[in-house]
Structure formats: C-alpha cells, structure tokens
Design a protein around this ligand. Structure first.
Ligand code: M6R
Length: 619
C-alpha cells in the first residue's frame, strides 16, 4: 500500500532513498517523506503531501541540509488521516530523535494512542504510525531494554496488531536502521559496504540484485556491512536469500512515456516467459508445485479467489478448467469468499491469483481456505511474497515488474498461467490425453505471436479512443470468455479515465441494462469466433442489432475475416484468429489501449490513477 525504503552505507543517503521512492511510488502517491541521520547526532526530516515530485520541489537546493549516510523514506497511500503534510511519514517520537516509516495498518492504534495521550504524549498527526514512533522513543529512553534499538523495536512490535512493515532510525545510532514486518512485505538489499531495506526489490535493483526476503514477524538490523535477522515473536526466523532475475532496465520506462504503455508492449514476452519451461515433451509441468499428481487427481472442486483484474483472469480460467477437466469451478471475489461460509474440504483446490502476492483480501481468503483444509495453489507475479509463502504450491507468472497501477501484462500472464493450471489438472485427471494436452500447449505457445500481431494494429484504436474521450459513459459486452474481457475493459476505463463504464454478459442486456442505451452511447462488443462458436456468434449479432436499433455506437472487436459483422459495426477492430478459449489474450489489448488513450486525452496520469495504489494491503 505504501512504499518504504532505507539505506545505510558510505554514500549520501538522500539521492538513493529518493531514487528508491521513485521506483516505489506506484504503491501510493498521497505524500512522500524522508529522514536522514547526519552522523553527528542529528536527524533531519523533509515531507510533503502529494506526489514525490512535490517533495523534490520542496527540497530544491536545500537538499544539502539533508546530508548523511543513512536515511529512510516513504511514499504514502493514506489510510489513517488525510493526505496532508502533517500526516506524511516519517513520524517522530519523543524529542524527535527517532523517526519511523510504516506500511500497513496498526489495528489497535486507537487504544495505544489513548494510553499515550493519557500519559501526556501530544500527537502531531492523525496517523496510526505516530503511535509506533512514540512507543519506540519511550522504550529507548527508559524501558527495560533502554538504549537497545532492535530490542525496543521487537518489544513495540509485540504490542502491535494488524499489518505493518516498519523502518526506524535513531539519531544516537547513526549508521543503524531497524526494520520489522508482519503481513506486509520487506526485503533487504545486500550491497558492497551498503545495505538497503525496502517494500520491494525495485527500490534498490540499480545497486544490488542480492536480496533477502524476511518472513513473518521478523526484524532486521542493518549496518553498512551486516544484516542481522531475528524474530520478534516466538517463531524461528525463516528468511530467504535470493538473486533478483531482472535488472534495472525492467524497472525503467525504456523509451515509453509511461510505464503502462511499456507494459502493454511487454505482453508478448510476459506470455512467453510465463509458459517457458512448463512443458517437458510429455506433459505440462508446474514449478514450485508442491501438489503432486495424486493430489491433483483427487480434486473434486476448484475455487478461484482473486480481486480486480486478477479476478477477471479467474473468470477466464473457469471456462478453460471446466471445459478441460469437467470439474466444477467457482470464481469468487476474495473480499467476499471467507464471509459466506463456502463449502471446502481436503479435495477442494483453491487457486489464489494475485500479481503482488500481498493483496490483503486474497491473503485472508488463502488463510481461510487452508484453515478449512483445502489445498491452495497461488498464481503470483512476485517472487516470495506472502500469498505464495502461505500457499501449498505456487505457479509464478513471469511478467516482470509491473509499475503502472493498472494491471496489463500481468493480466495476460495470469490468464496464461491459469490455462497451465487447467491443463495440469486435465492431465492428472486424465480428462485430456497427453496428445490433447500437448496440442493445447502448442497452441498456447503460439499466442505470444498473436499478442504481438495485435499490438501492431492498435494505431487506429488510439484514434478512435480520442474520439470517445468526451462520452459520458462506455458499455462493454461479451459472451463466454468475452464476458470477462468486457468486465476488464470496463474496469480499465473506470480506473484510468474516471469514466462511467460497465461490462455485461451480452445475453443479460435485455434483462435490464438495455435501458441504458441511448443515442450515440459507445458500446464495445467482443465477438465470439464465427467458426468455433457459431451459435454464440449469431446470438451476439442479434445483440448488436438490438443496441444499434436503439442508437448505440457499436465498436466491434472481431476476429479477422469475420465478414458477417462489418454491417453492424460503426467501428471494427480486427484481431488475429486464435483458439476460442485463448481469445482474451488478444481481445484484452484494445480494451487497455482504449482506456489508456481516453485517460491521456482527458489529461490524467495513467500510471498513477487517483485514489488507487498498486497493491491493496488493507481489507
Ligand atoms: O496484486 P493483485 O493482483 O492481488 O491485485 C488485485 C487488484 O487490486 C488489481 O488487479 C487491481 O484491480 C488493478 N489495479 C486493476 O488494474
């Protein structure tokens, strides 16, 4: 939700922390702040509401005042307290010698705050974080472990409930930073004579690719030459060392004007890399698959749980998995799943899809499923994040880092990974022969080419999108796998262009939503293939006629050489012909382009849509 970074080493901390914040800004952009230890017992702070550029502007030529070789920084997505200067992190405690940055929510902060206030502490912000700063300052000053920052941090963490990654700096120990985590991510970057801590590796990838991922309830003390990990709870520390397998170029815009645009163009590679190594000549193999063939064979029901775009990828999975395996598949919004008493058992497979691997709703759904003894398979883009850590097995989508808040390449990678899950299940259960699985996999392997071909014909779609920029609303229709594509098209438009948009199953239109159609309303329709889905195709043609008769402006996404559709399309977008189940991999692309281009025409920042953050670590 928020991005945090810390540095200690031989270089000036300020530029390194600011650079880290720039790469983490996708996590929140309500405010940014930094604290630097000057090495002479001083702690300097600068913070500003709004995007990081505001802090940069505020620092201006005054940045010399923040000289020092250790520092912490924060980029915020507001939860407790509005997005103001005073609520921006870092927060200080005591006499201002300790500074804290925080990602997450301290659920018992109100009680802790009341205790502090009744003991005479004057609060300077409305945040939950400030409570931690005061508790830490008090523990350091005169608690049982006074003067021992790591021990004080551990003691404070034991009092906290909820989700937190915390990094603290104290003016008395100028080259030491102490960080801790529970239910929120924290990685250490191990450099040569320097150390980093951050919410994710992109913050330090330009300086080191050697990293350590902290486990639950752990605390790390970094100095320029060491990283010492302990647990602040009863458990043994279970951290993991790893080497990041992508480089700084992947976290840069690479010549594109926005990350989203770059990520749209990375989609062929995202699909290709997600497939890579998952077929060994005789069948589909899944990595980190701690579920054996025997367990897959006994599965009698599949639940897919996810949020937002990941949920839409799960809806696509339903069509493929049911078709290939004959298993019943239910797709649930993760935020609803555990509140409605779903029927789960040992033979239920729960597929939890999450780009970030830290979405709180999905994580809680995973925990719920495991408590009910279901087996959980995570489909995730972030190596070692919490959701895969808590699942029985993981299939990584290898889309690389996605910085744009709107999911694009990770949607295609999730859809691809879900097909692999379906094929692995079909293979284990024998509902598809090895030959059939090989055939489907071969067809899937040709999809990167189709995705690349689709991207080459998007020029006119951009022109169309600019024309749509002044429409009051846009509707999206689909049938079969085109339905999740419609939902995804509407979500992209809402989050990027702040425009009213709805996705509907086309057959449902006549049951109410058709009343929305009025003269000139743009309706984007994804057509099923006339060859492989002739019945659905003709029903869809009827739906188009119905809305055209009521004045809709029809924008039809159809496969190339579908001659029947042209008379009903006010605007036709032609896509390469692909197997029917795989159509979302190409049909989602015009939806992304339309949303991005409308947003751009309306003057919005498409990488940082308002009110949003890339990962949602609160329920
Ligand atoms: O990291 P996750 O895949 O779990 O995130 C789920 C949703 O928050 C995410 O897909 C969100 O809907 C995107 N911003 C949509 O573009």
């Amino acid at each position: 939700m928020c991005g945090i970074v810390g540095y200690t080493g031989s270089r000036q901390a300020l530029p390194l922390v600011l650079e880290g914040l720039r790469r983490l800004e996708y996590r929140g952009y309500d405010s940014a702040g930094i604290a630097v230890l000057d090495g002479a017992g001083g702690l300097k702070i600068a913070k500003k509401a709004g995007v990081l550029a505001n802090l940069d502007g505020h620092l201006g030529s005054g940045s010399l005042a923040l000289a020092g070789r250790a520092g912490i920084g924060h980029t915020r997505w507001a939860t407790h307290g509005g997005p103001t200067d005073r609520n921006a992190h870092p927060h200080t405690g005591g006499s201002g010698k300790v500074a804290v940055v925080h990602n997450g929510i301290i659920e018992n902060f109100a009680a802790l705050r009341a205790d502090l206030e009744s003991a005479g502490t004057r609060m300077r912000s409305d945040t939950d974080t400030e409570v931690v700063a005061h508790l830490l300052a008090a523990a350091y000053r005169d608690g049982p472990t006074a003067g021992d920052l790591p021990a004080c941090m551990a003691a404070v963490c034991r009092k906290l409930e909820g989700a937190f990654t915390l990094v603290a700096a104290h003016a008395d120990v100028p080259s030491v930073l102490v960080a801790a985590r529970r239910n929120s991510p924290l990685v250490v970057g191990v450099g040569e004579g320097e150390m980093f801590v951050a919410s994710d590796v992109s913050a330090f990838i330009a300086h080191t690719r050697d990293a350590i991922e902290l486990g639950q309830d752990q605390l790390v003390v970094i100095t320029p030459d060491s990283a010492e990990i302990t647990s602040f709870a009863a458990a043994e520390p279970d951290f993991k060392r790893f080497r990041v397998d992508w480089d700084v170029a992947a976290a840069e815009k690479g010549g594109f004007s926005t990350f989203m645009e770059k990520e749209i163009f990375e989609q062929p590679v995202a699909v290709e890399r997600t497939l890579l190594g998952h077929f060994d000549g005789s069948g589909v193999v899944l990595d980190e698959q701690r579920l054996g063939v025997r367990e897959l064979r006994t599965v009698d029901k599949v639940y897919v749980v996810a949020c937002g775009t990941a949920y839409h990828s799960g809806l696509v999975a339903k069509y493929a998995i049911e078709h290939w395996t004959r298993l019943p598949v239910e797709v649930e919004l993760a935020s609803e799943f555990r509140y409605r008493d779903p029927v789960l058992g040992r033979d239920t497979l729960v597929v939890a899809i999450s780009q970030s691997g830290e979405t709180a709703d999905t994580l809680e759904a995973v925990r719920y499923a495991r408590r009910q003894r279901a087996r959980v398979l995570a489909v995730c883009n972030t190596n070692g994040s919490q959701i895969p850590r808590e699942s029985d097995a993981v299939l990584y989508t290898r889309a690389g880092p996605e910085v744009g808040v709107a999911a694009t390449k990770t949607f295609l990678a999730q859809v691809t990974a879900n097909y692999l899950v379906g094929l692995a299940l079909a293979q284990a259960r024998g509902t598809k022969s090895r030959g059939e699985v090989a055939w489907e996999y071969a067809a899937l392997s040709r999809m990167p080419e189709a995705v690349a071909a689709t991207l080459t014909v998007m020029g006119p779609v951009r022109d169309l999108a600019r024309e749509l920029a002044h429409s009051p609303a846009v509707l999206f229709l689909g049938r079969h796998v085109g339905y999740p594509v419609a939902l995804e098209g509407a979500l992209k438009l809402k989050e990027l262009a702040y425009m009213h948009a709805e996705g509907f199953a086309a057959g449902e239109l006549k049951h109410g939503p058709i009343a929305l159609i009025e003269n000139g309303l743009p309706v984007v329709v994804t057509m099923p293939s006339p060859k492989s889905r002739p019945i659905l195709h003709s029903k869809m043609l009827s739906n188009i006629r119905e809305i055209q008769a009521r004045g809709a402006r029809t924008i039809v996404v159809a496969e190339e050489f579908d001659d029947t559709v042209a008379p009903f399309a006010d605007y036709l977008i032609e896509l390469p012909r692909v197997p029917a189940l795989f159509q979302p991999l190409v049909a989602a692309i015009p939806m992304q382009i339309i949303a991005a281009e409308i947003a751009r025409s309306r003057g919005y920042d498409i990488d940082k849509p308002r009110n949003l953050a890339k990962s949602v670590t609160v329920e």
